[in-house]
Write a protein that binds this ligand. Structure first.
Ligand code: TXA
Ligand code: MG
Length: 362
């Protein structure tokens, strides 16, 4: 690679790496040199950068087009690695990590004074997690550094669940992407504030509220008392991660949310609105969940059944890829059926609603 580590602009194609030892060593070397590397985790692909280098982190914000007020999640390989990112490891955080790490739970703690403020967007707190993926863990161990890693999409786009998505969004803007195949969970980690006596959910994610309640009822009086509903921690007045304020998961076509079982009817109504026979440009994509039933019979060529995930977990794994795939099909709109808002369904519906409300790309 030519030039200074900080000069990776759009003129060089992004290197595609595999998961063999030599390629992971290369990824670790690039990261150590302050470059940006896409890495698979169990949730979504992350765009990693060494967290101790403010200039490198600034290049990451630029590559993603990320607003400066949206802090990054720092990834470490073990609980011992947390020492570099926080001086206040709370008893609650220890217990949460004992139970959920490595895995898709991110804890927010007081930031270590040495951590560059660009990582935390000046909040004074740091979000940190231990990813449950052999590639991410191996690269973290080889670097021996905490790695900041937001989802590896252009800011506002659906999160990437395979290396091709990273490439589509960031080719030429990052040094490399490690192709570890499709991610297992497909939805981002749950972010909880772990500074107090009980976790406060700041972003719904792959660890459900029920998982958090179930792990130890005694330590979680607040969550346990308000498992759901308008007074629960996801009520509009509840605290949110800064990133949840920004438009997110923007698909390249309008998205409509239909009630469970009424996706086909919603798609038909949209077609009727647009006028019959408007050709390929007028076709509607449809995603149903669970048993599609007789309502799908005779959909006709104007409605394209894109996927029929069996349950909310399956939809979670497929959702972001589906949003991207629908863009490539020349569809006028996409209809997705809602799933029940419990377990992973809460995070799935959070992402679908955000995608449906987001302004469309031209
Ligand atoms: O699963 C994941 O979490 C993936 C993988 C790559 O680890 N990462 C991810 O990062 O989704 P990102 O940047 O797309 O989302 C991070 C979220 C944002 O909503 C951000 O505002 C929030 O975490 N966050 C980061 N630091 C925070 C802090 N100190 N306090 C509150 N929220 C924070
Ligand atoms: Mg993101």
């Amino acid at each position: 690679m030519s030039g200074h580590a900080g000069e990776h602009h759009g003129d060089e194609a992004t290197l595609r790496l595999g998961t063999g030892a030599a390629d992971l060593a290369r990824a670790a070397d690039l990261l150590t040199a302050g470059l940006l590397v896409g890495l698979p985790t169990e949730t979504v692909y992350g765009l990693a950068v060494r967290a101790d280098d403010p200039d490198a982190v600034a290049r990451l914000y630029a590559a993603k087009g990320r607003p400066a007020d949206n802090p990054l999640i720092v990834h470490v390989a073990s609980v011992a690695g947390l020492e570099a990112v926080t001086t206040h490891l709370t008893p609650l955080a220890v217990r949460l990590l004992e139970h959920f790490a490595p895995g898709p739970l991110t804890v927010v703690l007081e930031a270590h004074p040495d951590l560059p403020s660009i990582v935390t967007a000046g909040l004074g707190t740091v979000a940190v997690r231990i990813p449950d993926h052999p590639v991410a863990l191996e690269v973290l161990r080889r670097c021996g550094l905490p790695l900041a890693a937001p989802s590896a999409n252009r800011s506002g786009r659906p999160s990437p669940t395979c290396a091709a998505h990273v490439h589509d969004d960031l080719d030429g803007r990052i040094a490399a992407v490690v192709d570890g195949g499709a991610t297992r969970l497909g939805l981002e980690s749950t972010v909880v504030d772990a500074r107090g006596p009980a976790p406060v959910i700041l972003r719904e994610g792959a660890v459900s509220r029920e998982d958090l309640i179930g792990f130890d009822v005694r330590t979680l009086p607040d969550l346990h008392a308000t498992p759901s509903g308008p007074t629960g921690p996801t009520a509009p007045t509840a605290p949110h991660a800064p990133g949840t304020r920004h438009p997110h998961y923007i698909p390249g076509l309008p998205l409509h949310v239909a009630a469970a079982g009424s996706g086909a009817a919603t798609a038909r109504a949209l077609l009727a609105e647009r006028g019959e026979g408007s050709g390929t440009a007028g076709r509607i994509g449809l995603v149903t969940c669970g048993d599609p039933g007789a309502d799908l019979d005779g959909l006709g060529p104007a409605i394209e059944l894109l996927a029929t995930p069996s349950d909310a977990d399956a939809l979670a794994a497929e959702l972001f890829a589906l949003l991207r795939r629908a863009e490539g099909h020349g569809l006028a709109a996409l209809v997705i059926e809602a799933v029940p808002e419990d377990g992973i369904g809460r995070a799935v519906m959070d992402r679908i609603r955000r995608a449906a409300q987001a302004p469309q790309f031209p």
